[in-house]
Design a protein around this ligand. Structure first.
Ligand code: NAP
Ligand code: F7E
Length: 325
């Protein structure tokens, strides 16, 4: 039985990856950090599986992570834990680098020093392309030009992963994932903010939805599809880097129009543009070239409209339930 250790298990991707690995008969241990509220809503349903459990640890405390690795002895480590919000990374730049860059280097160094057989996955991001001057769609040879502390922290971790692979021969893989969403997406990312906002408006609990720059464009996929891709890259004979994207790009405004129309509403009546949600630097356009992982047989099953529809339906149901009880 393969053993997988997942950091960021309480997040969107951690929960779907756990489900996928459990369905493939892995033993899964998730590392979660201590918070003052319960943070296990996305994984509570998994505890009934005898092959799933969690332990406390924090990426800014490398000894805590090393202790868990020592006890659990994983075959594969998926490093999904991160301060993952781009705008907030401008408010907490140091914490962002500590978690997103020093966290992974701690794990890589542990693997190098103590058990070089462990396979390592690094959750890299399309934010590393930032304001790239390369032509879209962006592939592995496109210029990296991050626009935020978050993008910079992920770019450093990307190179460290490559360096440990090339320098020490570790099985260390970067998945450069473009934006991926789902009903489990954090409430402050733009797609979920829109679908949750519409659900509250329909229920009469919200009057206006306040957003920032709605002109930027994103290549949105589904988290479930992207977790299949990262597992696939970890099963290859040789470690390598891959891009995961749909190749289709749409503006935030298009997403707004689509979701409000689905709900039978005119977005212009409800959306207020608020400077508070703009970023000091923006990433204006993202579109990925995922041809390399497609050669391994991966394809996305969801398109952007199906994702948004699923999220909207889920939020409408959720809001109905909380205001009924
Ligand atoms: P998410 O929902 O924000 O989850 C992040 C996870 O990291 C949560 O479990 C969080 O714990 C944990 N975490 C944060 N700081 C930590 C720390 N210091 N120590 C240990 N754990 C910590 O993010 P996601 O959307 O699932 O993304 C997963 C990974 O992929 C992240 O590394 C993200 O940067 C990267 N990524 C995401 C996308 C995307 O579009 N979703 C695209 C490219 C790359 P709490 O639950 O306690 O907050
Ligand atoms: O913003 C604009 C915002 O926060 C998308 C993370 O998972 O994907 C994610 O980062 C766009 C930006 O995602 C609001 O300015 C407008 O142009 O949903 P987002 P992101 O910044 O692309 C990458 C790949 C990651 O790696 C990250 O971890 O939407 N936008 N108005 C807004 N964004 C937010 N959050 N809130 C607004 O009110």
């Amino acid at each position: 039985m393969k053993r997988a250790l997942i950091t960021g298990v309480t997040g969107q991707d951690g929960s779907y990856l756990s489900e996928l690995l459990l369905s493939k008969k892995y033993k899964v241990l998730g590392i979660m950090r201590r918070t003052s509220h319960f943070n296990t809503a996305r994984i509570n349903h998994l505890y009934k599986n005898k092959n799933f459990d969690t332990e406390y640890g924090d990426l800014v405390d490398p000894i805590s992570i090393a202790n868990v690795i020592d006890r659990f002895k994983p075959d594969e480590i998926y490093n999904l834990g991160a301060m993952s919000h781009v705008r907030i990374s401008f408010d907490v730049p140091r914490f962002t680098l500590e978690t997103n860059t020093l966290g992974p280097v701690g794990i890589l160094e542990y693997i190098h020093q103590h058990n070089p057989k462990i396979k390592y996955y690094q959750a890299s991001s399309s934010e590393m392309f930032g304001a790239t001057r390369s032509k879209p769609p962006f592939g592995l040879s496109a210029e990296f030009r991050p626009q935020s502390p978050y993008g910079t922290s992920k770019l450093a971790a990307f190179h460290l992963t490559r360096i440990y692979r090339e320098g020490y021969g570790l099985f260390a893989v970067n998945g450069i994932l473009f934006n991926h969403e789902s009903p489990r997406r954090g409430e402050t990312f733009v797609t979920r903010k829109i679908t949750r906002g519409i659900a509250l408006i329909l229920k009469g609990k919200m009057k206006k939805l306040r957003l920032g720059n709605i002109e930027s464009k994103r290549d949105w996929g589904h988290s479930k599809d992207y977790m299949r891709a990262i597992h696939l890259m970890m099963q290859q004979e040789k470690p390598d880097d891959y891009i995961v994207a749909t190749g289709e790009t749409h503006s935030i405004k298009e997403a707004l129009e689509f979701c409000f129309k689905e709900a039978g509403l005119n977005w212009k009546k409800y959306v207020v543009i608020d400077k508070k949600f703009f970023r000091p630097n923006e990433v204006p356009y993202l579109q990925g070239d995922s041809s390399k992982i497609r050669k391994l047989g991966w394809r996305p099953r969801y398109n952007w409209k199906e994702i948004l529809k699923e999220m909207l339906e889920n939020d409408i149901k959720y809001v109905e339930e909380i205001f009924e009880s």
